[in-house]
Design a protein around this ligand. Structure first.
Ligand SMILES: NC(=O)c1ccc[n+]([C@@H]2O[C@H](COP(=O)([O-])OP(=O)(O)OC[C@H]3O[C@@H](n4cnc5c(N)ncnc54)[C@H](OP(=O)(O)O)[C@@H]3O)[C@@H](O)[C@H]2O)c1
Length: 300
């Protein structure tokens, strides 16, 4: 049975991915800050390298940037940075020094390296830019995920939009206010919202592991380009709730500090061109069925 190592596998996406892989007959080992059953720690990884028989490695580690309980201090920013760059570097070092190399490394990062632009629709073919903290973080994250060619390990770098799932992320934060009728657009609502259903993201990670022809950067976003208002209306409709109470931009900036509030108040239009070209098929290519799925209340 093939063993898959998942950095940050205890989180929202990692838990769903682990269940998908276990259900498909793989073994899963998680790299976590905490020891546990089928877990190794980052220190174990640095000291002992990859566990035996590791055939694929996925990295999902990262401190939650939009944790409302944490102020955007220099220390927290460093934590956000290190939790992505240092974990990715540790994994790459372990892969490069392994005697028996895994077949594939899949790194999950964000889409902030596409600079918001009203007219442009980005694909994986566009150059990424360093224009603010989040874009620099995404670019450095991908650089850290680069494995020396001689190692011969296929590498897939998935840039993912906002992940929609019941168990965490944005939906977890919005379900209560929307359910009580306090939902509404963020800022003008006109800012693009690159998104993907968690089922599709986990399927895309598994697809990347299993398909030898898949390599390089893939946009992990749904094919339908929407803005924040489209999402708001679809989620409200899925819950049978009005969405009349906007969240003004100055409030979001005050809550989160502008440097990270950009994750909510701005966004780029992004197409998953290469992802579709590989033959990957989405279960939720459109926003309303995705919202209906994650908003079905009997699941909460
Ligand atoms: N969810 C989204 O909408 C979304 C969108 C774009 C990109 N992403 C990226 O996808 C990855 C996974 O997202 P997620 O939503 O599953 O996140 P999550 O639920 O917050 O889980 C991330 C995992 O990272 C580990 N972690 C947290 N802080 C850490 C730190 N300071 N140092 C080392 N490890 C740390 C934790 O594992 P342990 O506690 O076991 O150590 C945690 O389970 C993240 O890198 C995130 O930036 C997510």
């Amino acid at each position: 049975m093939k063993n898959i190592l998942i950095g940050g596998g205890t989180g929202f996406i990692g838990t769903r991915l682990s269940n998908l892989l276990l259900g498909s007959g793989y073994r899963v080992t998680i790299v976590s800050r905490m020891p546990g059953l089928n877990h190794i720690t980052w220190t174990d990884l640095d000291r002992n390298g990859l566990p035996n028989d590791t055939s694929a490695v996925v990295n999902l580690a990262g401190q939650n940037v939009l944790d409302p309980t944490r102020s955007w201090s220099a220390g927290f920013k460093q934590n956000v940075w290190n939790s992505r760059i240092n974990t990715t570097s540790s994994i790459v070092r372990a892969i490069q020094s392994a005697k028996e190399k895994p077949e594939v490394f899949v790194n999950i990062s964000g889409v902030s390296n596409y600079k918001p632009n009203e007219k442009k629709i980005y694909t994986e073919d566009d150059a990424s830019e360093d224009y603010d903290f989040m874009s620099k973080l995404c670019n450095e994250w991908e650089k850290a995920a680069t494995i020396d060619k001689e190692a011969g390990v296929r590498t897939v770098k998935i840039r993912t939009g906002v992940v929609l799932g019941r168990e965490g992320g944005m939906i977890r934060s919005l379900i209560i206010p929307f359910w009580f009728g306090f939902g509404g657009p963020v800022a003008s609502g006109l800012q693009p919202l690159p998104w993907i259903h968690i089922t599709d993201l986990c399927n895309l990670i598994k697809y990347s592991i299993e398909n030898k022809k898949v390599e390089g950067v893939l946009n992990g976003v749904a094919p339908q380009i929407i803005n924040n208002l489209d999402f708001t209306k679809s989620f409200g409709k899925a819950l049978w709730r009005p969405t009349l109470i906007p969240l003004p931009e100055f409030v979001v900036n005050k809550m989160f500090t502008e440097e990270r509030a950009v994750l909510l108040t701005s966004g780029a239009k992004i197409k998953p061109k290469r992802t579709v070209e590989t033959g990957f098929e989405y279960e939720f290519p459109e926003i309303y069925p995705a919202c209906k799925d994650v908003g079905s209340l009997f699941m909460y």
